[in-house]
Design a protein around this ligand. Structure first.
Ligand SMILES: [Zn+2]
Length: 195
């Protein structure tokens, strides 16, 4: 007994009794849907990264590592579905998981955006010293100032900054970091200033 690649119902003959597609047609429909939803997923990742640059979370690097894991696992699932469908194997369970992942980057992008946009908490201004800085190319491009931490039990913070701030601050500079609590409880950095 195999399942229809399109609607997932069990089919006894080549033509699905439920949606009426033959196995070849169902494979084609599945592949089109995979491509379309994967595109929606990828655009969601871009929007998520963009939202993270507008309202950079204090823990942005941890969040990006987590997002990267989700990204590669999802694409691996998508690839696996395509591979199995070619071999006319069972894809229904993994298909549901994969399609369920499609809105995830959009949801996270929305949360990161609202966390900053709706934040009415009083800004916290704390002194810090630049320990080092680093930049990475590629996607996403990132500029970080590594500064002494003001939080208990932490030695350093990696602050996401734009190119301008990245260029004007150097190792040993005393700066002020302005942070906010975040409407959804995720602290984010408003900006860095000269003391
Ligand atoms: Zn069907």
């Amino acid at each position: 007994m195999t399942r229809c690649l399109d609607c997932g119902s069990e089919r006894a003959s080549d033509q699905c009794a439920f949606c009426g597609l033959t196995s070849v047609a169902a494979e084609l429909v599945l592949r089109r849907r995979l491509v379309r939803r994967t595109a929606v997923f990828l655009v969601g990742i871009i929007v998520f990264v963009a939202a993270g640059q507008v309202f950079p979370a204090l823990e942005l690097d941890s969040i990006l590592i987590f997002a990267g894991l989700v990204f590669f696992i999802s694409l691996a699932l998508g690839y696996w579905i395509d591979f199995r469908a070619r071999k006319h194997g069972e894809v229904e369970a993994v298909k549901r998981i994969y399609f369920g992942m499609i809105p995830v980057p959009w949801i996270f992008a929305g949360l990161v955006f609202l966390n900053g946009k709706l934040d009415t908490s009083r800004p916290i201004r704390v002194p810090a010293t630049v320990v080092s800085k680093f930049a990475t190319g590629g996607l996403p491009r990132s500029r970080r100032l590594v500064v002494t931490s003001w939080r208990y039990g932490r030695r350093i913070e990696r602050i996401a900054v734009d190119q301008n701030d990245y260029d004007r601050f150097h190792q040993g500079d005393d700066i002020i970091v302005q942070a906010q609590k975040g409407a959804l409880g995720v602290p984010w950095v408003y900006g860095v200033f000269r003391e």
